[in-house]
Design a protein around this ligand. Structure first.
Ligand SMILES: Cc1cc2nc3c(=O)[nH]c(=O)nc-3n(C[C@H](O)[C@H](O)[C@H](O)COP(=O)(O)OP(=O)(O)OC[C@H]3O[C@@H](n4cnc5c(N)ncnc54)[C@H](O)[C@@H]3O)c2cc1C
Length: 340
């Protein structure tokens, strides 16, 4: 177990924000975490982080940041057509995807190169190019940080939705995910519903390796490298509107991009709305809107978390005023007492 006092979170967030946490504890196994809880050394407030690729620290944190270093990939069951794999929550997500591709297990490849860890992928229900983690997640194991109880949550119990699971609710922040079980196909099945992916693949027949490469190339061409320009991917979720609001908007903006969602609702392009408000490529100090994708906010150097947050407030206000649409932050904002 690693314990650090008054520790900078800079290496633990892809925005590159330099704030201090009172305590940082990294554990290496579920047993180690249970021991920590039993010893009563884990005091509230606490907040569990992953690789920090969806966090924005706007203040020093006056509690304990917990991090999992539980890393393994264990196949647990196999049939002719499918394989069940249990993965430690601290495993790098893309290492897991690369492993699946290597083994010719189908299902995770569209989620190649998404930063972060396996535990957070299950919390966030990460998604890209027509696939979400919930599509092949069977269950997860989590430990209650107040009592040490270990519990299994089925896919249905996680209550998955667009970039949502029950673990995003403030009262569920007492659960530390320690292991996630996925079911992958051993038979070639590809999700090529995203047009850009088909274009990237070109004429060649689709294979797992080619599809992973196409996803990686596409992502590299569109998203900033957080090691160069601090960011957390999409800062906002794409807003969802009902039919009435959609019609109202289409009358005024007939070319507005929109995509069928569910239950008669429609997803709008948050990036387009932000761009239409004139924000694409603009900056306020070192906090800026990425010039190639307006849904991504970046740290051009030494922006503080507060500056990035203030920029996001201005964008939310402008989009609300021009379109009457509310943008929600996908990024988890962490203040001095935790999630805001
Ligand atoms: C360049 C870039 C591109 C991105 N592209 C995408 C994309 O295409 N699709 C997408 O969905 N996301 C994308 N993201 C966002 C991000 O990668 C995901 O949200 C990712 O799952 C966050 O993982 P993390 O390990 O960094 O978690 P963190 O950001 O550290 O934490 C995220 C959440 O998970 C919780 N958490 C973390 N670990 C645990 C645990 N073990 N137990 C309980 N709770 C835990 C935290 O409390 C927090 O609520 C992108 C980010 C970047 C920087």
């Amino acid at each position: 177990m690693r314990i650090e006092n008054n520790y900078s979170v800079k290496p633990h967030n892809t925005f590159g924000i330099n704030q201090i946490t009172k305590l940082f504890i990294e554990y290496c196994s579920a047993d180690e975490l249970k021991e920590l809880i039993k010893s009563k050394k884990l005091e509230q407030p606490f907040f569990h982080i992953g690789a920090g690729s969806n966090l924005l620290f706007v203040d020093d944190y006056e509690g304990t940041l917990l991090h999992s270093a539980i890393c393994y990939i264990h196949p647990i069951k196999e049939t002719q057509d499918e394989v069940w794999v249990s993965v430690g929550a601290g495993t790098c997500w893309d290492d897991f995807v690369a492993h699946c591709v290597e083994k010719e297990w189908y299902g995770a490849e569209n989620l190649s190169l998404i930063p972060g860890e396996v535990g957070s992928a299950a919390v966030q229900n990460i998604g890209a190019y027509g696939v979400e983690v919930k599509d092949f997640l069977v269950s997860l194991k989590a430990i209650n940080l107040l009592t040490g109880e270990e519990r299994e949550f089925s896919n249905a119990e996680c209550q998955y939705d667009y970039r949502y699971s029950c673990f995003k609710q403030p009262e569920m922040k007492i659960w530390a995910v320690v292991e996630v079980t996925f079911k992958l196909s051993k038979q070639p099945t590809f999700n090529l519903t995203y047009k850009g992916l088909l274009n990237e693949l070109g004429e060649q027949p689709c294979t797992l390796k080619r599809l992973r490469k196409a996803v990686i190339d596409l992502r590299d061409s569109k998203l900033p490298d957080y090691k160069v320009l601090g960011n957390a991917g999409s800062f906002f979720t794409n807003p969802v509107v009902d039919a009435e609001k959609l019609n109202e908007l289409l009358q005024q903006y007939p070319d507005m991009p929109h995509f069928a969602f569910k239950e008669g609702k429609t997803k709008l392009s948050g990036g387009w709305l932000i761009q239409m408000c004139g924000w694409k490529g603009r900056n306020v100090g070192d906090a800026a809107v990425y010039e190639k994708q307006a849904l991504v906010l970046i740290n051009k150097g030494v922006a503080t978390g507060r500056e990035v947050y203030d920029l996001s407030e201005r964008i939310i206000d402008d989009v609300q005023q021009q379109f009457g649409v509310k943008l929600y932050r996908e990024v988890n904002v962490i203040g001095k007492n935790g999630l805001q």
